[in-house]
Ligand binder design. Structure first.
Ligand code: CMC
Length: 383
């Protein structure tokens, strides 16, 4: 076959494209204003959405904004999510028996893919919509995987409890404090949706092929997992541990930046100022921990990192992104770093599934073009 193509010893130059500033969809779900550092979700400034709703209420607001019929209330979502957690717990033994040295996020990927896009009559889940099954399963699977990794048995859900509260209880086998539940709700509401990020775009592409909601969620989780998107908080904590002491902050940062490393928790494709979500988490973690030593240290590292980045990259406006304080907040809630991306997904599934609803309403296959820069058959290349 290679005889009739023009083979070059060097690969052709390709232009790096991250589809910056390309508008890929119209949405009523969220708006990211990167210049002003403002995030609007379901018609609310994100700071107000956190005050108005627990996670169930924010998910219901997103699904209503997506045109979900019948329009769900916060109470209906709470009730259906409880049933979804119960149904998902029944699948945990099968998931655990199939697990092979996976991280929690990889285990969540396996677990979610065990859900059917269209469940059969005999599963008892037919009356729970796919978006709620995915959300309920993510909490149950994440808690069960964290416990199993620690050599403990999974804890069954309490369908009457709030979603954030029940997740913390399933994780620890004891009731969380009201402050912890409030902090996790604040986190989950804040990250529930965020414009056309990589995982949401993935979900919409998959939804546009009519593959189904669960398939879209599994694909979106695969995109979320990478460290340039939702996989940064674990490395943020690794960085804080590695720096270790106040004296080491500046030399460590300078060495890393000079070596070409990216500092996790800083920089954003859209925000050119501080990510407003970082402030919500900063406040929540301060209330939760009373600004303990770890939080003070994280703030010192943040200040030094911003100074070092501004000095090293004068042409770029790099600021703190939400992953930085996500890491500190979820650590304060006792969530192991290996599970942080899964907890992010537990919340973002609300947004992904709302985007699936919007995309399915649009009904048009997403199918962009590429520009060919490769070789041509010899006769055409010579012409
Ligand atoms: N540390 C060091 N340098 C950085 C960083 C960083 N965190 N972020 C950007 N830069 C540099 C980058 O190396 C480049 O420099 P140069 O032009 O000299 O090569 C310049 O700034 C512009 O970078 P870019 O790659 O064009 O920026 P981007 O829009 O592609 O990057 C990003 C966005 C999030 C991928 C990047 O800032 C990054 O890698 N951050 C660290 C990982 C991280 O915190 N990820 C979580 C993102 S927020 C969660 C979410 O919303 O999904």
């Amino acid at each position: 076959m290679s005889g009739n193509v023009t083979l070059k010893s060097e690969m052709p130059a390709v232009t790096a494209s991250g589809l910056d500033n390309v508008v890929a969809a119209e949405t009523a779900l969220s708006h990211v204003d990167g210049e002003a550092g403002r995030l609007i979700v379901a018609g609310y400034d994100v700071e107000d959405l956190v005050k108005a709703y627990d996670f169930e209420g924010a998910a219901a607001a997103l699904w209503r904004a997506a045109g979900c019929e019948p329009a769900p209330s916060e109470g209906e979502v709470r009730e259906a999510l409880g049933r979804a957690r119960e149904a998902a717990f029944g699948d945990i033994p099968a998931l655990l028996s199939s697990k092979r040295h996976q991280t929690v996020t990889e285990g969540l990927r396996t677990g979610l893919s065990m859900l059917a896009d269209e469940p059969g009559e005999d599963t008892g889940e037919r009356d729970i919509p796919a978006h709620i099954r995915a959300l309920g399963a993510a909490a149950v699977i994440t808690a069960a995987l964290v416990r199993t990794q620690a050599g403990k048995s999974p804890v069954a859900p309490d369908p009457r409890a709030g979603h954030a509260e029940d997740f913390l209880r399933m994780l620890r086998d004891e009731a969380p404090s009201a402050a912890e539940v409030e902090a996790l709700n604040a986190y989950m509401v804040t990250v529930a949706d965020h414009g056309m990020n990589a995982s949401t775009f993935t979900a919409r592409v998959i939804a546009s092929t009519r593959a189904g909601t669960i398939s879209a969620v599994v694909g979106a989780l695969c995109a979320l997992k990478g460290p340039l998107h939702g996989g940064a908080p674990g490395p943020v904590l690794d960085m804080l541990d590695e720096i270790g002491t106040r004296e080491n902050i500046e030399p460590w940062l300078e060495r890393e930046i000079a070596g070409g490393a990216r500092l996790m928790g800083f920089g954003h494709r859209v925000y050119r100022v501080r990510d407003p979500r970082a402030d919500v988490f900063n406040k929540a973690v301060t209330i939760l921990t009373n600004g303990n030593e770890r939080v003070r240290f994280a703030r010192e590292v943040e200040v030094a990192a911003l100074k070092a980045l501004r000095a090293a990259k004068p042409g770029h406006r790099i600021d703190t992104n939400m992953e930085y304080y996500t890491a500190v907040l979820l650590e304060a809630l006792g969530i192991p770093r290996d599970a942080v991306t899964s907890v992010f997904a537990m919340a973002r599934i609300a947004g992904w599934t709302a985007h699936v609803m919007e995309q399915e309403r649009v009904g048009r296959l997403i199918r962009p073009q590429s520009r060919y820069v490769g070789g041509w058959p010899e006769d055409e290349a010579a012409a």
